[in-house]
Design a protein around this ligand. Structure first.
Ligand code: ZN
Length: 173
């Protein structure tokens, strides 16, 4: 297993659309393992999408670690088939935008379809933080970042925060 490099804004690869996974092979299993290792190594991340580590495939890994309990979820080719009209505002952050947080309004519940590593189809209605997290991660697969929902001023601030964050990071490591 290996920890992968997480791309940060303004890397153009974060703005690209990812393609469906077609081969459910050993390489896919390894990719998912590496993504989980990368997510856990980040310390504070609860989800990671493949484009964030430079892989243009529709793969998402999530572990909300609610109440300290690990609950890893692997979603291959996930699709949202229903969005609730009821919204939920939550402060979001992103491993690709380190050091920046802002409120985003999203559907309080969604119904999601996805395939597992075993190619088995799953369908589930998700609410609250899980719903928010899934919407955030699936956005990554379409090249959308949570700052795309914010004003240009806030977007600029996010970019500055990341620049500063990376400078500090260089000093400490
Ligand atoms: Zn993100």
């Amino acid at each position: 297993m290996s920890i992968l490099e997480i791309l940060t804004i303004p890397d153009k690869r974060l703005k690209q659309k990812s393609s469906d996974v077609e081969n459910f092979d050993k390489d896919l299993a390894k990719m998912v393992k590496d993504m989980f290792e990368t997510l856990y190594a980040s310390g504070n991340g609860i989800g990671l999408a493949a484009p964030q580590v430079g892989i243009k495939k529709r793969i998402v890994v999530i572990d909300l670690k609610e109440e300290g309990k690990s609950n890893p979820m692997t979603l291959i080719n996930p699709k949202i088939i229903f969005y609730s009209e009821e919204k939920f505002v939550n402060e979001e952050g992103c491993l690709s935008i380190p050091g920046f947080y802002a409120d985003v309004s999203r559907s309080n519940s969604v119904e999601v379809e996805w395939e597992g590593l075993d190619r088995k189809k799953n369908k589930k209605k998700l609410t609250g933080l899980m719903s928010i997290c899934i919407q955030h991660e699936i956005d990554h697969l379409d090249g959308i970042l949570f700052i795309d929902y914010l004003s240009n001023l806030k977007k600029k601030r996010a970019l500055e925060k990341v620049k500063k964050f990376k400078k500090n990071d260089e000093k400490t490591t």
